[in-house]
Design a protein around this ligand. Structure first.
Ligand SMILES: [Zn+2]
Length: 185
């Protein structure tokens, strides 16, 4: 059924008129359509039911994409912690130091660490530079390097803080700090 004219300007006709939906092709009363000031007849082309269906589809798609992104981000943290764990085991084996870490322990302790506790930088868990460590990459630090990577002796800090600390003793760090400050004054 084809209708001409803007029905929003003729309210007395409103309840008697029908219009075909452009999507489901059903003939429905005008109250089944949302208003649209830009349309010739003042109404949307799709009926309310069809518009709701469309909106649900869009919402579902958006939700699915967001869920996938969230899962990717979580997987990346897990992946990075696993890599840290494997590297720490290799290092400790070479140095004959103990290592009793597990992936579950690292996930529980560090998967929610978002900032470097030393510099406050946001940690780059998502590996924005592929295949390379950058100053803000998260890295696993043995607090006392002589004890190895054991539960209670590890923390996640930025790669920058970790490389600056390296295996230094507190005395070495103090000397290093003094030397840096002397250079800059
Ligand atoms: Zn419809």
């Amino acid at each position: 059924m084809r209708l001409l004219g803007n029905y929003s300007k003729q309210p007395f006709l409103w309840i008697f008129k029908l219009k075909d939906c452009k999507r489901c092709a059903e003939t429905k009363p005008l109250t089944s359509y949302y208003k649209d000031k830009k349309a010739k007849d003042g109404l949307r082309g799709f009926c309310k039911d069809c518009e709701h269906k469309g909106r649900d589809l869009v919402n579902d798609a958006t939700y699915a994409v967001n869920r996938r992104l969230r899962r990717c981000a979580k997987d990346m943290i897990r992946y990075k912690l696993d890599k840290m764990l494997i590297n720490s085991r290799v290092r400790d084996k070479k140095k004959r130091l103990p290592n009793n870490l597990t992936l579950e322990y690292l996930i529980e302790k560090f998967s929610l660490v978002t900032h470097c506790p030393v510099f406050g930088y946001i940690l780059d868990w998502q590996n924005t530079v592929k295949g390379a460590s950058i100053p803000t990459s998260p890295s696993l630090d043995a607090i006392d390097p002589l004890l190895g990577h054991v539960m209670g002796n590890v923390q996640v800090i930025s790669w920058l803080a970790n490389t600056m600390k390296w295996n230094s003793t507190p005395d070495e760090l103090r000397m290093f700090g003094k030397w840096c400050l002397a250079l800059n004054t």
